[in-house]
Write a protein that binds this ligand. Structure first.
Ligand code: ADP
Ligand code: ADP
Length: 215
């Protein structure tokens, strides 16, 4: 049976950081909707061009575009054993679509770790986030600094600050999270899948709590 894990939580709480660690340790594929969009933008695909305007404003990309992209990604062979979903679903229609999609593949959502932190922590994490150009590895200038400033430890590529990590857009993204995504907490709670994780702890401790919750 394939194992699908959905990481839920506000922007900047550490979903991507934890998803990468989980994927490495479990061998499951890591699917980040944000990374997929950024890859499409970098390659100037039609999907990337459509998504870009929404992303730069800190708004959600429309459901039909997002669901189509995830459907395609989940159909690839490296997802046969399951996947860790980071940043998808973000709306109730996306959650319904995921359920239907996994049923098609003979699977279901196994568990939904809901990572939390105060708004103050989120803003501090997003404003100090540095992202790697080549593969989207993330660092933080204070909490998880690269060995050499501006250079990715893992692949040597340039680190940059995302356009949507600017203070003004960060506020908008947090608001959008509360308006459009936060209702998924009760959606998954009702299905008995939700486990709350304290995301305000250091990275290693969050990982420990996550593994305990997934056992
Ligand atoms: P998300 O994918 O939820 O937006 P990220 O994983 O990109 O979050 O993390 C946001 C920023 O916070 C990054 O700069 C990352 O290095 C840093 N970070 C992630 N988890 C923690 C943590 N537990 N403590 C301190 N900083 C963290
Ligand atoms: P963060 O790591 O800060 O949570 P992401 O990298 O996940 O941000 O997403 C960046 C942007 O990409 C979002 O602000 C949104 O515009 C778009 N996006 C990502 N995932 C989705 C999704 N599931 N639905 C709609 N838009 C999305």
């Amino acid at each position: 049976m394939s194992t699908y894990i959905v990481l839920l939580g506000p922007p900047g709480v550490g979903k991507g950081t934890q998803a990468k660690i989980l994927a490495e340790r479990t061998g499951l594929a890591h699917i980040s909707s944000g990374d997929l969009f950024r890859e499409n933008i970098k390659n100037q695909t039609e999907l990337g061009l459509r998504a870009q305007t929404f992303i730069n404003k800190g708004e959600l990309v429309p459901d039909d575009i997002t669901i189509g992209m995830i459907r395609e990604r989940l159909s690839l062979p490296d997802c046969a054993a399951g996947a860790i979903l980071d940043g998808f679903p973000r709306t109730p229609p996306q959650a319904d679509a995921l359920q239907a999609l996994l049923a098609e593949f003979g699977g279901h959502v196994h568990r939904v770790p809901f990572i939390t932190a105060s708004e103050e922590v989120l803003v501090e994490r997003l404003s100090g986030r540095w992202t790697c150009r080549a593969q989207g590895h993330v660092f933080h200038e204070k909490f998880n600094p690269p060995k050499q400033p501006g250079v990715c430890d893992l692949d040597g590529s340039e680190l940059y600050q995302r356009e949507d990590d600017k203070a003004e857009t960060v506020q908008r993204r947090i608001r959008v999270y509360f308006e459009q995504t936060a209702s998924l907490v009760s959606y998954y709670k009702e299905q008995g899948l939700l486990v709350e994780i304290d995301g305000a702890q250091p990275i290693e401790q969050v990982t420990e709590q996550l593994f305990a919750a997934l056992k």
